[in-house]
Design a protein around this ligand. Structure first.
Ligand code: ZN
Length: 56
């Protein structure tokens, strides 16, 4: 399986896969995980928030 969360593949992504996490507001963090909110919106979130049970 290709690694999609590390290495050169990140360079193809917007801002090289980094940004501000909409959930924990961490800046310049890698947003490599998607979460669906209760209203069906897809959010790109960081690793920490991908595992958190509740979206803030
Ligand atoms: Zn986060």
């Amino acid at each position: 399986m290709a690694k999609t969360k590390r290495g050169k593949v990140l360079w193809k992504l917007t801002s090289r896969g980094r940004g501000t996490c909409p959930v924990c507001q961490a800046t310049r963090i890698k947003l490599l995980y998607t979460r669906t909110t209760s209203d069906g919106t897809q959010l790109n979130v960081c690793k920490r928030c991908s595992k958190a049970s509740e979206i803030l």
